[in-house]
Design a protein around this ligand. Structure first.
Ligand code: PLP
Length: 296
């Protein structure tokens, strides 16, 4: 485990590690992927609109389409790593279909490409298991964690086998450096947070809560609810409607926003500790906010 200060830094460390371990330079990421905002992380972001003002970025980056099996052929012996969110977040909560992640895993094995799972958003119970990869029957080569990891304190990590991580130690030594990465206060917060998540089994009620949201969010203007645990997107017809609904929600005390790469959907990502009463109350406000947005 290499401890850093944020999700973006975890991405940076992992990309460097993959290049160093494989001796390859090509990096593949997904269209509409979000892995952070620093230069390397921006390079693997799957949206030209958000990147073009900052070019030139990392060379040798290629984007494939999430859930598109034909695109897997683009992963070759030249590819150092594929970085992917097991459930795409900023794309508007996109869930892997037809064993896509297993097929991706297999292709990476065939080409000896490292598979990096960015669980910065999905980790620590959000999708109903401690980590999302557990639900898809595969193990990535490198796992990225941050966000919920510190229970509100800044900490992140990239995690891999000793064999892979070991290459950062030599030629040159100190392959990745951070002053405050692994700060004792943040580590204490991360341990305390993990203990609460495990002791209170916070992820065990996630699916039940997800179902309750589906039951209570029943306004006909909602075109679709995409969700994996308590990571949800309410799909509307347009940005205009979504924006009005969001403004109304915030005015009434429900904090939400749209997604970076999907502005016609509204985010629902409550704390895992949310109670059933609170879910019902929030859904009432959301339904009313939609109604008000349509009438205006
Ligand atoms: C999937 C994913 N990866 C990486 C990041 C970047 O994390 P940070 O903001 O801590 O740098 C985020 C943040 O939203 C994220 O959702």
């Amino acid at each position: 485990v290499y401890l850093v200060n944020s999700g973006s830094e975890a991405t940076e460390g992992a990309l460097k590690l993959a290049k160093r371990f494989t001796g390859r330079t090509e990096i593949i990421s997904m269209k509409n992927a979000y892995h952070g905002s620093t230069h390397g992380a921006l390079s693997v972001m799957g949206s030209e609109e958000f990147k073009s003002a900052y070019r030139p970025l990392l060379p040798d980056v290629r984007h494939i389409e999430f859930n598109n099996e034909n695109d897997l052929e683009q992963i070759t012996e030249k590819t150092a790593c594929v970085i992917v969110e097991p459930v795409q977040g900023e794309a508007g909560v996109r869930i892997p279909k037809n064993d896509y992640l297993k097929k991706l895993r297999k292709r990476c094995h065939t080409t000896a490409t490292l598979l990096i799972f960015d669980e910065i958003q999905t980790g620590f119970g959000r999708t109903g298991s401690l980590f999302a990869f557990e639900q898809y029957g595969i193990i990535p080569d490198i796992l990225l964690l941050a966000k919920a990891m510190g229970g509100g304190m800044p900490i992140g990590s990239f995690i891999t086998s000793k064999n892979i991580m070991g290459v950062l130690k030599e030629n040159p030594i100190l392959g990745h450096i951070t002053t405050f990465g692994g700060h004792p206060v943040c580590c204490a917060a991360a341990i305390a947070s993990l203990e609460v998540i495990l002791e209170e089994k916070l992820f065990e009620s996630v699916n039940q809560k997800e179902i309750l949201f589906h039951e209570k969010l029943n306004h006909p203007a909602i075109k679709k609810i995409r969700s994996k645990g308590l990571m949800m997107a309410l799909q509307f017809d347009s940005f205009e409607l979504t924006k009005k609904v969001i403004d109304n929600c915030i005015e009434s005390g429900v904090i939400t926003d749209w997604f970076l790469f999907c502005d016609s959907a509204m985010r629902i990502a409550p704390p895992l500790t949310i109670s059933e009463d609170e879910i019902e109350y929030a859904c009432e406000i959301i339904n009313q906010s939609i109604e008000k947005a349509i009438q205006r």
